[in-house]
Design a protein around this ligand. Structure first.
Ligand code: OOG
Ligand code: MG
Length: 256
């Protein structure tokens, strides 16, 4: 059986990201299904590793209703984070390096020792060393930020860059913390961590389960993004972005 050209799809998406040039959707025309899309995502990661990037974590996507509704895809997805995608807290990104960047407020986990694949997480505090407010900068490589489920999976779930705020010990409850996204001091989005699968801790269970299906095991020391609590907002040159998560603090990013 001849399947979709996974390597060719990864190359096309990789080039689109490298040149900040949108490409058309691929899944319908190539017969890409979810499994082949994760294979393309792995090939896209390989392309980054081959040029010296390091895999540093995993991100969840579409773990909130607000995000699902914004992009019209209603399945939880996951993608890969590399060291080059990380921007220091308070750092600046050049909007011109992206196609149509958007920012969204997230909660990050610093992973500790995780149970063997298939085993449930017993104590969340043993699995997660610290938590932090975060900003994810997403940038679909597809024209008009429009895609199907396999398209967005192949495109590494629109991952582009991320900022992690200060780490703190895991607080008693994570399921009902207020979340704000501010642009230039004005509130752009308001939400709650409850929007993330009812409790962002659940995103880790889902990440372990869904990535495990594709043979990917989460590692000690990795960063884990639980998924945005609100819809994403376009990032304009000159913007000053703050994501505030109650009890956890603030992550900031500037755009030039
Ligand atoms: C897909 C990525 C979704 C999230 O936090 O829900 C995501 C997209 O919106 O383009 O990162
Ligand atoms: Mg996200």
């Amino acid at each position: 059986m001849i399947g979709p050209d996974v390597a060719g799809i990864a190359e096309r998406l990789g080039l689109a990201a490298d040149t900040a040039t949108a490409t058309g959707q691929l899944a319908a025309e190539t017969g890409l299904d979810v499994d082949a899309a994760y294979a393309a995502q792995t090939a896209l990661l390989r392309r980054r590793l081959d040029r010296g990037e390091r895999l540093v974590g995993l991100k969840m996507g579409l773990t909130s209703r607000a995000k699902m509704a914004q992009v019209g895809v209603d399945e939880v997805i996951w993608g890969r984070l590399t060291d080059v995608m990380r921007v220091p807290d308070g750092g600046t990104v050049d909007v011109g390096a992206y196609i149509h960047p958007r920012v969204e407020p997230e909660v990050a986990f610093l992973l500790d020792r995780l149970p063997a694949p298939g085993e449930p997480i017993g104590d969340f505090r043993e699995a997660v060393r610290a938590v932090a407010p975060a900003i994810e900068l997403i940038d679909s490589r597809y024209a008009d930020f429009t895609f199907s489920l396999p398209d967005v999976i192949a495109d590494n779930t629109s991952a582009a860059s991320f900022v992690i705020g200060p780490w703190s010990p895991v607080p008693d409850g994570l399921e009902n913390l207020g979340v704000l996204l501010e642009i230039d001091g004005r509130v752009a989005q308001v939400g709650s961590t409850a929007a993330i699968l009812g409790d962002p801790r659940r995103a880790l269970d889902e990440g372990i389960r869904l990535a495990g299906r594709h043979g990917v095991r989460l590692r000690e020391g990795w960063v884990f993004l639980a998924g945005a609590a609100t819809a994403a907002v376009p990032l304009r040159p000159g913007a000053h972005v703050r994501a505030v998560v109650e009890k956890l603090g603030t992550a900031t990013l500037r755009a030039s």
